[in-house]
Design a binder for this molecule. Structure first.
Ligand SMILES: Cc1cc2nc3c(=O)[nH]c(=O)nc-3n(C[C@H](O)[C@H](O)[C@H](O)COP(=O)(O)OP(=O)(O)OC[C@H]3O[C@@H](n4cnc5c(N)ncnc54)[C@H](O)[C@@H]3O)c2cc1C
Length: 322
């Protein structure tokens, strides 16, 4: 049985139990959100002991070298000593400068960090409320083009963070942001490569950022953007994207919904529409964002349609366990 030393106490981890679960079980309120090794909000530092590779997956090399690790994916095989990290290094205070509806259930949140944060459109940030609640949101803004960091937040029934953003938070309030995280962003250097982007709901957020980033950087290859929703009312930014497609003729924008009726919106599932429109994805760079089931299905389907695994970037919007 492995032991975890933390703040002068020693705890026994059950077989297969993560550092996070063990400390939570002992009543220690360690910051966390997705518990899947994705959001990185449970980052700690191992000051002694072996760190399994999985616990450092997705971390920058500089953080790995210093023993930083994700407590949720850290299943100790032998005794380890864990320390809280200096969050100042990774967190930034930011002011909320805008909360504007994009449709009836999606709010655009604009935040202005106190100090510049190097980031790319399409990555995600962890928003940390003052009571410690943490949730990940994808970056819809483009550095150098948009003044503030923008997020699209869908209202989830009984959602603590999304409910607060939709109705509890005031312009001028401050919040902490932690990140950026993730590798779902435009990589310059292959400007003629065709891009295939598909998302559901607020999965449009990172795609909106990535598309504008690519076009701003002079991407000349065809950019296919598919956005799906249950009903047409769930779509948003349609006028902006149609205007962008006129400005950049290599952008093809396809809004679609499962049911209902609206001009210019195809009533067909986004996976069917996208793979019928672009049936062969050899040589494409693929970006998939939104509901986890959709992302998983599309990872499989785009691979079978010829995209190479290395060219498929995906962000599944995993909910946080209650
Ligand atoms: C990498 C990543 C990027 C993300 N980017 C975005 C983004 O750009 N925009 C965005 O809106 N969200 C995004 N999310 C989801 C976001 O982090 C939150 O999970 C979401 O806002 C719900 O949080 P909440 O506190 O409001 O709900 P919670 O209080 O955590 O949940 C309330 C209840 O709703 C359930 N629930 C949670 N999410 C959903 C859902 N989507 N559908 C149905 N039931 C749900 C929970 O299981 C729980 O029962 C992202 C998640 C990840 C991991």
């Amino acid at each position: 049985m492995a032991h975890i030393s933390f703040q002068g106490e020693r705890y026994s981890a059950s077989p297969g139990e993560s550092v996070l679960d063990c400390l939570l079980r002992h009543g220690i309120a360690l910051s966390h959100s997705c518990k899947s090794g994705v959001c990185q909000s449970c980052i700690v530092r191992a000051t002694s002991g072996e760190i399994p590779a999985k616990a450092q997956s997705g971390l920058r090399d500089t953080l790995r070298a210093q023993g930083y690790a994700l407590a949720c994916s850290f299943i100790p095989e032998s005794d380890v000593e864990i320390a809280l990290i200096d969050t100042e290094l990774l967190r930034t205070r930011a002011q909320i400068v805008g909360i504007d509806p994009l449709n009836a259930s999606v709010m655009q949140l604009r935040v202005r960090p106190e100090k510049p944060i190097e980031h790319r459109a399409g990555q995600y940030m962890n928003l940390v409320r003052d009571d410690g609640l943490v949730r990940s949101y994808s970056i819809a803004s483009v550095p150098d083009e948009d003044e503030d960091l923008c997020f699209h937040v869908a209202l989830v029934a009984d959602g603590r963070m999304s409910g607060w953003i939709h109705s509890g938070v005031a312009r001028g309030a401050t919040i902490e942001i932690l990140g950026p995280v993730g590798n779902c962003f435009y990589v310059p250097g292959a400007s003629e490569q065709p891009l295939f982007l598909a998302g559901t709901g607020t999965g449009l957020a990172p795609l909106f950022g990535i598309v504008r980033d690519a076009l701003r950087r002079g991407h000349t290859g065809t950019v296919h953007l598919f956005h799906g929703s249950i009903r047409p009312e769930g779509l948003y930014l349609m006028d902006e994207l149609r205007a962008l497609a006129i400005q950049f003729p290599n952008l093809r924008y396809y809004p679609c919904a499962l049911q209902g009726e609206a001009e210019g919106v195809s009533i067909v599932p986004v996976d069917q529409l996208s793979l019928k429109t672009v049936p062969k994805l050899n040589g494409h760079k693929v970006y998939l964002c939104g509901h986890p089931d959709f992302v998983r299905m599309m990872q499989r389907k785009t691979f079978l349609a010829g995209a190479s695994l290395a060219d498929i970037y995906a962000d599944a919007f995993l909910p946080s366990p209650s």
